[in-house]
Design a protein around this ligand. Structure first.
Ligand code: INI
Length: 157
């Protein structure tokens, strides 16, 4: 018989580090609210969620690496907003933050998810921060919950 594994979405007893960018803070605050709300509604205790503010999305990977290496968290959630209209650095900031966050997960084995909105316009960013197109922070938290629980089945299996 085929054995199949999938992570549940139970957050009880799990610890999370959330890294959030101050750049475009009016968007990232909404992502943070969505992520915290998702974790708490899935059973995570408030005291098991720590939030780390960084200047911009570019600073997220190095912070995530530090948190992942210190072993305090079951999962790490990275939140930011990079808007093309506002910067010629769009490609550098968005590509490097994506690559860096991937690297953290691969290097440490700690589920580290990408909750950075990358859009052409401010309106599209607003859409993804709790209005028309959901909340990317909540989605990222949900993905982290699933991965943390999936990895637990691999450890124990
Ligand atoms: N950081 C963001 O998170 N979003 C942006 O849209 C952005 N723009 O527009 O430049 C941005 N820049 C700052 C960058 O993340 C670093 O903080 C900065 O380059 C210093 O390393």
């Amino acid at each position: 018989m085929v054995k199949s594994f999938a992570g549940n979405l139970i957050g009880t007893g799990k610890t999370f580090g959330i890294i959030v960018s101050r750049f475009n803070g009016f968007i990232t605050k909404q992502l943070l609210e969505g992520a915290e709300d998702c974790l708490i509604r899935h059973g995570t205790d408030e005291k098991d969620i720590d939030v780390y503010w960084v200047p911009g999305s570019f600073e997220i990977p190095i912070t995530a690496m530090k948190l992942a290496k210190n072993g305090r968290y079951d999962g790490i959630i990275c939140l930011g907003a990079v808007i093309r209209g506002e910067t010629p650095h769009f490609d550098y900031v968005s590509n490097e933050s994506a690559k860096g966050i991937t690297e953290v997960g691969l290097a440490t084995g700690v589920p580290t998810t990408y909750g950075i909105i990358t859009t052409d316009t401010l309106e599209q960013a607003i859409d993804r921060a709790g209005t028309r197109s959901g909340n990317k922070g909540a989605e990222s938290a949900m993905t982290t919950l699933e991965m943390v629980n999936l990895f637990e089945t691999i450890k124990n299996g």
